[in-house]
Design a protein around this ligand. Structure first.
Ligand code: GDP
Ligand code: MG
Length: 443
């Protein structure tokens, strides 16, 4: 079992506070083995392991953090950075197009997704355009009946584009239109032409590529072809209830620069989950206890936090800008004034970079600050330290915990992103002594 050998290697680090280059080599090799056996693309595995190695060697473990936790945190962050958050799917009117090869699970996923949207209070409809596979109409119709969602298809019409057009009209009462398409056994020109034509008529807000978790290295070609023809915004991985680990999906996500939207977890219409990076990473690494891993990472973060409580604004110029920094930044503003005024005081800064930023990039009013502060109190230290890992379900939890709305939480994350961008520009001028002095004064 690969997971246990990775765990074994990691356990050897227990008690150590410094990691040798050999230790890191060994861990990286284990991680490579796990990922390759999960069908992650070779070049992707290499890229990942290079990053992990580089960071583990270069970054200074926070004082008091065990080496093992430190490495786990890097591995986790690199994987989260690659896999990303689940594909954004607003709970509002929209059209989604599903693409993929025959048997990948498109029809099943269309009914499942429709069911999922219906549980969110929306009215979905599935439009079935597969005129290629005998029985496709009946299969889709039955699944939609089970999901209790609107359905349109026409077994007497053999023009998928016409069916798509009629389907949109006939189901105009629905909010969410999910357009199922035909697949082929392999990527063929007529399949690509057909889906391009359907895409032209449907004008989807989101196009999802449906992939069987068992897809191996073939994911790259498929992802590339579908991305070139219709533009892929996200991936649905099906049959994750089987033995395959779904590493091919990672390739597809990387290739299309997109993210994972849903996981198919069985044959029933309710067998669908919104993607969450944590569980998926644990599966990829073959470590059944990523929860434990995440906890350990979090504990390490908390330890780090205690030590770093005397926050130094200069840190922002060096490391990455976190929500923790933003919180401190907001506190600092009480003493120093808004960030845009601070920027005005820095020579050569006033008119330049600042003007290129969106108007409200620096606008953190007292009210918003108070609200943000309440929201951040409901976040874990790990979330504050690595906001990229905050996904839809975390947003839901944080909103609930802080008595705010998901909208508010998203707004905070938006604000964070803008500030991070600004800080990055600061960092570009990081050697400027005068600016460092100014930053220092913000304490
Ligand atoms: P399509 O050709 O892309 O439309 O694929 P289908 O939706 O017809 O699915 C092909 C087969 O895979 C069917 O037998 C489905 O029941 C099965 N299937 C789809 N999704 C899942 C899943 O998440 N788990 C399991 N176990 N089977 C699935
Ligand atoms: Mg189908």
């Amino acid at each position: 079992d690969l997971g246990s050998s990775l765990r074994g290697t990691l356990d050897k680090l227990r008690g150590k506070s410094r990691i040798s280059e050999e230790d890191i080599e060994e861990i990286v090799k284990e991680i490579q083995r796990s990922l390759l056996s999960a069908d992650v693309d070779v070049s992707l595995v290499m890229e990942l392991s290079d990053n992990i190695k580089e960071r583990a060697l270069e970054e200074e473990p926070p004082a008091g953090t065990p080496a093992r936790d430190f490495v786990l945190r890097i591995v986790y962050e690199e994987l989260v950075g690659l896999i990303g958050d689940s594909t954004e799917l607003p709970l509002e009117e929209q059209t989604i197009l599903l693409a993929g090869l025959q048997g990948s699970g498109k029809t099943t996923s269309s009914a499942k997704m429709a069911w999922w949207f219906s549980t969110k209070g929306l009215r979905p409809a599935v439009i079935q355009t597969d005129t290629f596979r005998p029985g496709a109409y009946q299969q889709a119709k039955e699944m939609c009946e089970r999901a209790e969602v609107d359905f349109y298809g026409n077994p007497d019409n053999d023009d998928p584009v016409e069916i798509a057009r009629n389907g949109l009209e006939e189901t105009s009462d629905a909010d969410v239109h999910i357009v199922d398409t035909a697949g082929r056994h392999a990527l063929e020109d007529d399949l690509i032409d057909e889906i391009e034509d359907i895409e032209g008529v449907v004008q989807p807000d989101t196009s999802l590529l449906v992939l069987d978790a068992a897809i191996g290295q073939g994911a790259k070609d498929q992802a590339q072809q579908f991305d070139e023809s219709i533009g892929i915004d996200g991936v649905v991985i099906t049959k994750i209830d089987g033995t395959a680990k779904g590493g091919g999906a990672l390739t597809a996500v990387d290739q299309t620069d997109s993210s994972i939207a849903f996981l198919g977890t069985g044959e029933e219409v309710q067998d669908i989950e919104r993607f969450e990076p944590d569980g998926f990473i644990s599966r990829l690494l073959g470590m059944g206890d990523l929860g434990q891993l995440a906890e350990r990472v979090e504990r390490a973060m908390e330890q780090t936090q205690v030590e770093e409580d005397d926050w130094d604004p200069e840190d922002m110029l060096q490391g990455s800008f976190t929500l923790h920094d933003m919180q401190k930044q907001m506190e600092a503003m009480n003493n120093m004034g808004p960030l845009d005024q601070v920027m005005d005081m820095i020579p050569g800064f006033g008119g330049g970079i600042k003007d290129q930023l969106p108007d409200d990039a620096m606008d953190v009013t007292q009210d918003r600050m108070r609200k943000f502060s309440v929201i951040m109190d409901s976040m874990t230290e790990a979330e504050k330290e690595y906001p990229k890992a905050i996904g839809a379900s975390q947003i839901e939890r944080i909103a609930r915990g802080s008595g705010t709305s998901e909208e508010d939480v998203r707004e905070l994350l938006q604000q964070y992103k803008m500030m991070e961008k600004t800080i990055k520009q600061f960092q570009g001028m990081g050697s400027d002594k005068e600016m460092q002095r100014m930053m220092k004064q913000m304490q």
